[in-house]
Design a binder for this molecule. Structure first.
Ligand code: HEC
Length: 89
């Protein structure tokens, strides 16, 4: 599971498929990372270490069959900004 603190309220289906991808299409990994850090877990936003949020973003990408990057997803904002979310045509 993503993380216990998320599984309380979410299942994997919340983070996969067309509706998730449409919501985040043309955003970057940084947008998703920042949004998560600002809003989730809903009861204690921002309570996780940055690497956990990066790992969660990486999990979303894997769950949606995005091409795997090299190694761990970085927490560095400049690098996250370079990763763009796109739906497969
Ligand atoms: C206490 C319940 C709760 C917890 C814990 C929680 N969430 Fe949420 N989450 C929600 C609710 C409710 C919404 C939808 C409301 C909204 O969009 O503002 C939501 C929305 C989201 C969305 C937006 C979905 C979309 O389609 O764009 C994401 C991503 C997300 N949560 C990720 C997480 C992650 C990752 C965690 C763990 C770090 C987490 N949530 C923990 C309740 C929770």
């Amino acid at each position: 599971m993503v993380s216990l603190s998320c599984a309380q309220c979410h299942g994997p289906a919340d983070f996969t498929g067309d509706s998730f991808l449409s919501a985040w299409e043309a955003s970057t990994a940084l947008d998703l990372f920042s949004q998560l850090q600002k809003t989730m877990p809903m009861d204690t936003p921002g309570s996780l270490p940055p690497q956990d949020y990066a790992d969660i973003v990486a999990y979303f990408f894997r769950a949606n069959a995005f091409p795997a990057g090299k190694g761990e997803l970085p927490t560095d904002r400049e690098q996250l900004k370079l990763i763009r979310i796109e739906q497969k045509k």
